[in-house]
Write a protein that binds this ligand. Structure first.
Ligand SMILES: Nc1ncnc2c1ncn2[C@@H]1O[C@H](COP(=O)(O)OP(=O)(O)OP(=O)(O)O)[C@@H](O)[C@H]1O
Ligand SMILES: [Mg+2]
Length: 276
């Protein structure tokens, strides 16, 4: 019951936040990028990206292929450094970040369950008893519907199944921030929709730590059904072309594609995409 009440509260806060999404005011920033530019040799990829992403926010990133979306995520992960003058900061010194790369990165010599356990074998989770770690990994595999494939090796799984293992691995460690690079791109429509909503339920659930999600996607519809705000990137060198709030109520449900706000937001994003 308590959990239910806090869930409702959290959902109410999110609804309020959603309506303020166009001009967020005194909200807690989870990740902040300030004047981030980045070049690979003579190729300028990112151009002066300034973007605040808030706690309890679900943000999607859209943009043309090759514009720099994956590069932006790698910047957030601090795998890359912005050019001089740029800055990436986090609210806490050591936030726990889960990452799903565009291509599944699995260890070929480990089974599905062992691949998921990888994130539990480092950091604070390492101190957890082995049995508990196994349980967490099993739960995460269940979330992506692959519990029956726990003992399969990556080469015995399809590309979409491998990506689902990557998602399970990112979720198993109960991160505060989840960065995902086209996580559902390789999936059929039904599985994709199922996982979209599984992820939303997980993010809404106050009993786990997940607070902020940043998801790169090529699907306008997916970005709208999932997010509070959509970041539209311009072609390379990419900057933030537009920040589009999604005024759909939470929790998001199957069938909300019929909602006028869904249709309006999709229309606006399509228009902006065409104008690029
Ligand atoms: N390590 C690298 N070295 C040199 N150039 C790179 C490197 N990584 C990315 N690039 C270049 O940066 C640009 C942006 O690449 P990025 O992968 O970020 O695009 P993207 O928006 O994620 O594209 P897609 O939608 O196709 O995944 C491309 O021109 C790419 O060739
Ligand atoms: Mg990419």
């Amino acid at each position: 019951m308590l959990a239910k009440v806090s869930e409702l509260k959290r959902s109410a806060v999110r609804q309020q936040e959603t309506s303020e999404a166009a001009a967020p005011r005194s909200r807690d920033v989870a990740v902040s990028l300030k004047h981030c530019s980045l070049s690979f040799g003579s190729v300028k990829v990112l151009n002066d990206v300034t973007l605040d992403i808030y706690k309890n926010e679900f943000v999607s990133i859209l943009g043309p292929s090759g514009c720099g979306k994956s590069t932006l995520l790698r910047l957030m992960l601090e795998l890359l450094k912005p050019d001089t003058g740029g800055e990436v900061t986090y609210a806490s010194k050591k936030p726990s970040i889960g990452i799903v790369f565009q291509k599944p990165v699995l260890m070929p010599w480990l089974t599905a369950i062992q691949n998921v356990e990888l994130t539990l074998n480092v950091g604070p989770n390492k101190r957890m008893p082995k049995k508990e770690r196994r349980e967490k990994a099993e739960n995460a595999l269940g979330l992506v519907g692959l519990q029956d494939f726990r003992n399969h090796y990556p080469h015995q799984l399809s590309g979409g199944m491998q990506q689902r293992i990557s998602i399970a691995r990112a979720l198993a460690a109960d991160p505060e921030i989840l960065l995902m690079d086209e996580p559902f791109g390789a999936l059929d429509e039904l599985t994709r929709e199922k996982l979209n909503f599984e992820l939303l339920r997980l993010w809404e659930d106050p009993s786990n730590s997940l607070s902020t999600v940043v998801m790169v996607t090529h699907s306008i519809q997916e970005s709208v059904i999932m997010s509070d705000r959509v970041v539209m990137m311009s072609p390379r060198p990419a900057g933030v072309e537009a920040l589009v709030p999604v005024p759909l109520p939470r929790p998001r449900e199957v069938g909300m594609e019929e909602h006028p706000a869904f249709y309006q937001t999709v229309k606006e994003l399509r228009k902006r995409e065409k104008e690029q």
